[in-house]
Design a protein around this ligand. Structure first.
Ligand SMILES: N[C@@H](CCC(=O)N[C@@H](CS)C(=O)NCC(=O)O)C(=O)O
Length: 95
């Protein structure tokens, strides 16, 4: 289980349904994480913080447990393994 607040760096797309960033936001919420969101510029060349954290410019990126993780599939796997409710029972598979 993650002990620190998670930070999600995500694109400016304002919905939760059109892109990998929205998917990660939905999964974090569904899993019960308390998380902050940082909107990054649409232009990859302007994503200095993401570049510094991960060595590449794609989002979503999460900061959690002292590490930065990129790629939505890997992030969703991390969420499943570290969700705050993990001690309460198995994850719901519906979405
Ligand atoms: N395979 C990546 C794709 C990430 C992705 O497409 N991110 C979008 C924002 S949701 C992006 O950064 N687009 C800008 C670009 O690729 O130039 C993942 O699943 O994390």
């Amino acid at each position: 289980m993650s002990s620190e607040k998670v930070v999600l760096h995500r694109c400016p797309v304002p919905t939760e349904f059109l892109c990998p960033c929205g998917r990660v936001a939905r999964e974090l919420r569904k899993a019960g994480f308390d998380f902050d969101q940082v909107r990054v510029p649409m232009r990859k060349s302007a994503r200095d913080e993401v570049q510094r954290l991960t060595g590449q410019a794609s989002v979503p990126v999460i900061e959690a447990d002292g590490m930065a993780l990129c790629d939505s599939k890997r992030i969703v796997e991390w969420i499943a393994a570290n969700r705050p409710e993990a001690e309460a029972g198995p994850a719901s598979t519906s979405d």
